[in-house]
Write a protein that binds this ligand. Structure first.
Ligand code: SER
Length: 358
C-alpha cells in the first residue's frame, strides 16, 4: 500500500526527508525570476543557476525546496490530458559540488519506496544512453534488474534549463500504473501506463551559444519531483486535477455553475480543469506582484485570466466568479506559501485605500 498523504503532507515529507539528510530547507523563490532569459520561474533549479555556473558562492552545500513554477508552453493541453499544467510545484534536492550520482539515486529510491511506500516492482528508472555510471548504480547499488533500467536519448535524458547554460545527463523515475502488462515491452512514452515523477539531473556541464559543452566548476545535483504527480499516484485518482491540490477549486467553480463535476460532460470537465489549473497560476502571479498587461509576464497573466473567464462562461457561470474560486486556491496554497494570504490582505487594503481616495 502506498502512503496515503495529502498534497501538503507530500510536500512536507519531501522537505523533512532531505532536511534529515543535511539539506537546508529554503523558501520558494518568486515566480518573477532574477534570470533574464526566462519570463517566469520554470524549475526548482532556476534560483540556483548562478551557483551552478560558478557566478555565486553557495551559502550551503545542500538545499531542498518546494518551488512554485509556471510553464505555459503546453497551455492548450491543460485540462485535456491527465497532467499538463501552467502552475505546478517542483520539489527538489540540490547539491552544490557536494554529493553526486550515488547519493542522489540512493535517496530518491529510499524516499520513493520507504517513505512514500511506492512498491519497488512498480518503479522503472531511465538513464541517459551514455551514462554507464548511473546505469551501474541502479543495477548494483539499488538492485534493479538490468532489463528494467531504460536507456534513453538526449531528447529525454539530458536536461538543460535553456539553449545555453548548466545542463547534464539525467535519470528519471517512472511509476507503472499497469504492472500486469509485464516487463517485455516497456514504453515509457505510454502515459496511460507510466508517469514520470522524479527527475535527477547530474548537472556537470555548461553549454555555450555554439552548443559546446564544457565542465562546470563543480559536479552538482538538481532534482525535481512533481508534487501534483506524486499526489495523483498516492491519492489513487485518475489525473492530477482530481488531487486535493486542485479538486477543491474545481468543485468551487462547479458549485457556482450549479453543476456536479462527476456528472458533467467531457468538455465541461475540461473547462473546470482549466479553471482549477489557471486560478492557481493567477493567484501566485498576483501574489508575486505581477499585474495584468499586454506585454511580457503581464500578458501571460492577462491571458490566463481571460481563459478562466471564458471557461467559466462555457460551464454556465454568469458574471464575476474568480475571487470566489481564488479564495479556495489561497486557502490551499497558504499552507506552504504564507505570502499568498499576506499579499491578499495587503492588496485588499490598498484596494480599499484606493477607493477611499477616489
Ligand atoms: N531541472 C529539472 C527539471 O526541471 C530537475 O529539477 O525537470
Amino acid at each position: 500500500m502506498v502512503a496515503s498523504l495529502s498534497g501538503a503532507q507530500i510536500r512536507q515529507t519531501f522537505l523533512d526527508f532531505y532536511a534529515a539528510k543535511g539539506h537546508k530547507i529554503l523558501p520558494s523563490a518568486s515566480l518573477v525570476p532574477e534570470d533574464p532569459t526566462v519570463l517566469l520561474t520554470i524549475a526548482g533549479m532556476l534560483p540556483f543557476k548562478p551557483i551552478f555556473l560558478g557566478q555565486r558562492e553557495a551559502e550551503v552545500s545542500r538545499a531542498t525546496t518546494s518551488q512554485k513554477c509556471i510553464r505555459t508552453n503546453d497551455i492548450e493541453n491543460v485540462g485535456k490530458t491527465a497532467r499538463h499544467h501552467t502552475y505546478f510545484e517542483m520539489l527538489g534536492n540540490f547539491s552544490f559540488g557536494d554529493y553526486f550520482k550515488e547519493e542522489a539515486i540512493a535517496w530518491a529510491w529510499e524516499l520513493s519506496t520507504e517513505v512514500y511506500k511506492l512498491p519497488p516492482e512498480r518503479l522503472i528508472p531511465s538513464v541517459f544512453s551514455e551514462d554507464d555510471e548511473a546505469f551501474a548504480i541502479w543495477r548494483d547499488k539499488i538492485g534493479i534488474p538490468e532489463h528494467r533500467i531504460q536507456r534513453m536519448g538526449a531528447e529525454d535524458n539530458f536536461w538543460a534549463s535553456g539553449p545555453t547554460g548548466p545542463c547534464g545527463p539525467c535519470s528519471e523515475l517512472y511509476y507503472d500504473f499497469h504492472p500486469e502488462k509485464g516487463d517485455e515491452k516497456i514504453d515509457l512514452e505510454d502515459d496511460s501506463r507510466f508517469i514520470e515523477y522524479y527527475n535527477l539531473v547530474f548537472m556537470e556541464y555548461n553549454r555555450d551559444s555554439d552548443g559546446k559543452l564544457s565542465p562546470l566548476k563543480n559536479k552538482n545535483i538538481d532534482t525535481g519531483m512533481g508534487l501534483e504527480r506524486m499526489a495523483q499516484i498516492l491519492q489513487g485518482v485518475p489525473n492530477n486535477y482530481e488531487t486535493d491540490l486542485i479538486f477543491p477549486i474545481i468543485e468551487a467553480a462547479a458549485q457556482i455553475a450549479g453543476i456536479k463535476y462527476q456528472k458533467a460532460k467531457a468538455k465541461t470537465k475540461i473547462s473546470l480543469k482549466v479553471i482549477g489549473d489557471h486560478v492557481r497560476s493567477v493567484v501566485q502571479m498576483i501574489a508575486d506582484g505581477i499585474t495584468a498587461s499586454n506585454v511580457g509576464r503581464g500578458y501571460v497573466l492577462r491571458r490566463l485570466i481571460r481563459r478562466v473567464v471564458r471557461h467559466g462562461q462555457l460551464v454556465g457561470i454568469d458574471g464575476a466568479f474568480i475571487t470566489q474560486v481564488a479564495e479556495t486556491a489561497i486557502a490551499s496554497l497558504e499552507v506552504a506559501y504564507p505570502e499568498v494570504r499576506e499579499r491578499e490582505k495587503s492588496s485588499k487594503l490598498s484596494w480599499s485605500g484606493k477607493n477611499r481616495n477616489s
